[in-house]
Design a protein around this ligand. Structure first.
Ligand SMILES: NC(=O)c1ccc[n+]([C@@H]2O[C@H](COP(=O)([O-])OP(=O)(O)OC[C@H]3O[C@@H](n4cnc5c(N)ncnc54)[C@H](O)[C@@H]3O)[C@@H](O)[C@H]2O)c1
Length: 334
């Protein structure tokens, strides 16, 4: 297969290496708005280079991967769909709710598959949690606790185009809560704070956030995130029911130590970034995308799915800014 990729920053360069290692991928060509940096990455990784996304799509691709900055997703995804090329798009699917809705409508109107990059859906722990919930072994669910902690913030220029912590970071939690429980969020209350670098506040964002979500079956989900989890990259989910509970991410590399005397778990080494925490999941999702692009399976995460997670993020952002509970039916939908 000939795959094209737009945006070779942190995740784009990482995805390029993952794609290179896939048996199905014969040729890989990349582009980036920053030509000097992009060309350098292409040379370092030994892949082809195109000066623009238009030139890239003109090569006759079997699949297109959008890994550029969030505010470039909408135009790149639209270009992929208009060229009729199966497209993988990093989360979130767009920078704004209006664009996300527009893209969901466009994706539904064309016969070109889109796979949105929520890699937790391919993580063994989250998959196992979803299976256990489906068996009913946990009884009735009443509480979820989701944690996403980055060890250190991204570069300062990332924040103004990221959409803010709920759309950029917790959107993963919102998607996986839907995936694990099979239920929708009906209301949120969210808050946030800034105790780190000034660039978060200057972009209207927060570096640490918390939200309480109520699901349509009454389950409560507490969601917590920070850009300053000094102990390492910490991503977890606890699912608690009347008959039992399971935890995702409670593994040997957990970035948390016990204050209890004599407890030495976890043995480490801790995860330091999303790349080492989710390496097998990223491989699995891009392998799945190759199958999606060849028409062997439907998209495992559609633009409509991504829109639902985005709507929860939107509600949290409004809630944080206005200091009130926001119902999801206040947020525009398809
Ligand atoms: N799934 C995940 O776990 C995960 C992790 C990190 C980032 N992401 C997502 O991936 C995207 C990129 O994040 P990042 O951390 O790599 O950011 P980054 O800032 O490191 O890289 C972004 C790259 O996109 C390029 N770019 C910007 N506009 C472009 C355009 N119109 N065409 C081509 N290239 C363009 C920039 O020059 C830069 O090289 C974001 O949307 C982010 O939300 C997802």
């Amino acid at each position: 297969m000939r795959i094209g990729l737009a945006g070779v920053g942190r995740i784009g360069a990482f995805h390029t290496e993952t794609l290179k290692a896939l048996d199905d991928v014969d040729e890989l060509v990349v582009t980036d708005a920053d030509v000097a940096v992009g060309r350098g990455v292409a040379e370092r990784l030994g892949v082809g280079w195109a000066d623009t996304p238009q030139e890239l799509l003109g090569l006759g691709l079997d699949g297109f991967v959008v890994a550029a900055a969030t505010n470039a997703h909408a135009s790149l995804l639209r270009a992929g769909l208009e060229a009729g090329v199966p497209t993988f798009c990093e989360k979130p699917v767009a920078g704004t709710l209006a664009e996300s809705i527009e893209l969901a409508k466009l994706a539904a109107s064309v016969d070109v598959p889109v796979h949105v990059g929520f890699q937790r859906r391919f993580d063994a722990g989250y998959q196992r949690a979803a299976e256990v919930v489906r068996t009913g072994a946990l009884g009735f669910l009443h509480t979820l606790r989701a944690v996403t902690g980055d060890e250190a913030p991204p570069h300062a220029a990332y924040i103004p185009t990221s959409g803010g912590i709920f759309r950029d970071c917790n959107v993963h939690d919102f998607d996986i809560i839907r995936f694990v429980t099979g239920h929708e969020v009906v209301s949120v209350f969210a808050t946030g704070s800034n105790r780190g670098e000034a660039f978060f506040g200057q972009a209207g964002d927060v570096d640490t956030a918390a939200a309480v979500l109520t699901l349509d079956d009454g389950t409560l989900a507490q969601v917590s995130s920070t850009r300053y989890n000094g102990a390492g990259h910490d991503v977890r989910l606890e699912v608690v029911g009347s008959a039992g509970s399971v935890a995702v991410g409670l593994d040997d590399s957990l970035a948390l130590t016990s204050a209890e005397p004599g407890v030495t778990f976890p043995p480490g080494p801790v995860h330091h970034s999303f790349m080492d925490r989710f390496l097998p999941a990223y491989r699995a999702e891009l392998t799945a995308f190759a199958d999606v692009a060849r028409g062997l399976r439907p998209s495992p995460c559609t633009v409509a799915d991504a829109l639902e997670a985005f709507r929860v993020a939107e509600a949290c952002d409004v809630s944080r800014r206005e200091g009130r509970v926001v119902r999801l039916d206040e947020v525009e939908s398809l």
